[in-house]
Design a protein around this ligand. Structure first.
Ligand code: ZN
Length: 192
């Protein structure tokens, strides 16, 4: 299904893509490396942003491990969306992982006269991971899932929503894109 960006996210931003990208772009609060990686503060920060503000919310080390796994799975899928999948095996492993965790973080269909939305069946951290799956389902239903990509710049790796008309964007920003075309230009000069 080819939907235009205006149809998917009229303002260029939507809650679902924002939720997933804020998760994929989580940084370890101590090292600045991508992902929470054993850092509960980084995950707690994202949970607050995801609206998980239950007072008794406890973030365990197991949660950060689960978050890292889920995050790297999304990264594999989004790299594939940008046309630079590591291998077919890693993509099918990522898909199999997402199928498995869909059972761990179930969703409920909330139906009203206006339509139907999927909401997590659980609260707390599992509920937050469930909300990522619900956001993926929402984007996929509106034709926006394949627009979630990871920047192709070799040292950037930032997740972004591709707003180009024909869904051909490869870089998170014009800065990353122009750096890469400058590199390609220099290497052409060197080799030419
Ligand atoms: Zn970038």
């Amino acid at each position: 299904m080819a939907s235009s960006v205006a149809e998917i996210c009229p303002t260029g931003l939507c809650e679902s893509s924002d939720l997933i990208l804020s998760f994929v772009n989580t940084r370890n609060a101590d090292t600045g490396q991508p992902g929470p990686s054993g850092n509960r503060a980084g995950l707690a920060e994202w949970l607050a942003r995801a609206g998980r503000t239950e007072r008794d919310l406890v973030v365990t080390n197991a949660d950060t491990v689960a978050a890292d796994e889920l995050r790297s799975t999304f990264v594999t899928i989004f790299r594939a969306h940008a046309g630079c999948a590591d291998s077919d095996t890693s993509v099918s492993e990522a898909e199999a992982y997402l199928h498995r965790i869909a059972e761990r973080y179930p969703l409920i269909a909330k139906i009203s006269t206006d339509g139907c939305t999927l909401v997590p069946a659980q609260t707390g951290v599992p509920g937050a991971f469930g909300s990522l799956l619900a956001a993926a389902a929402d984007l996929a239903a509106r034709g926006g899932w394949s627009r979630l990509k990871v920047c192709k710049h070799p040292t950037c790796h930032t997740g972004f929503f591709d707003k180009t008309r024909n869904s051909s964007g490869l870089y998170c920003s014009t800065a990353c894109g122009s750096q890469m075309s400058m590199r390609a230009y220099r290497s052409r000069l060197k080799n030419g």
